[in-house]
Write a protein that binds this ligand. Sequence first.
Ligand code: GAR
Length: 325
Amino acid sequence: MAENSRHKAKIAVFISGAGTNMAALLFASRLPDAAFEIVLVASNVRDAGGLALARLEGIETFAHPHKGMTREDHDAVMESAAQQAGAEFIVLAGYMRILSDAFVNRWQGRMLNIHPSLLPKYKGLDTFARAIAAGDSHAGSSVHIVTPELDAGEVLAQSVVAIAPDDTPETLGERVKLAEHQLYPRAVNEYVSRGFDPAFLLGRIRKLALGLPETHERESHGSPGFRVGSEKSGKFFAHFSDQHHGTPHIAVLVKTSSMDELLSLVETQPEVYFKPAYYGASGWIGLILNRPGVDWDHVGEWLERSWRAVAPKRLTRMMDIEDEF
Ligand code: GAR
């Protein structure tokens, strides 16, 4: 995708050990189709093996032991290193620290982890020993979004690895790592690219738009649109626009209250807003979605506002009453 090849997502990788997954990510990031680059490798262990490898490859590194620090303070030091390096995502690769809720929440949707089990099985430690003891036929690894609850965020991808009758946790762990080295770079690549993928973006808009009361989807001029009211007399409150009329933008078009508002938003925040061809003349503004750091709460607020602007009074009155409580 054109937009994608222009912007490589900047990731900081956090490690505590050998860093073989970090190395797999690093070498993958140098292949021609990579959608990400590593801007920092950071560790809570000063002599973590992966740090030397990263330095050898010309990647910036950072180490800060956690000893004697509160969890929050240590997280803050690591976070600020990631921010200074310009990271848009934090990728945990054998980072053996539990993170504070506040830190995790600040990076919600922008922090991934790899865990050596087929989640939701075997969260926490000693995953291989537990899989063998349970008599499982297969073990594996999972890439997931990091949420405050340990190893419980949405699973993005998994690799399945057969368990041999004579496997020890060590022999099984070695094979799972081989699988991880294939899995993690691919999962990270896909995750950081999805913000530029029209199908993914439309899916998110659809969920938000159809989450509003009495809405339905209707095509308009060949593009998906969203209406409020009955099938017969409903009105459009949003249009999805995928690089139409020569713009590079994938966007959702929503109603502004006036041409003044539209023009001033486009002028002051051209990275977020644009005036779409044809629709712009009647007050529709384009909210650009194929860019780093889209604030989806903000997109949701715009959709609701646009919905309110055209929804029948009986529906907006209900919303107004709900707002009061
Ligand atoms: C990996 O197997 C990863 O799944 C695991 O640590 C290993 C790190 O190896 N992560 C966890 O156990 C997280 N709870 P590496 O340093 O060689 O990449």
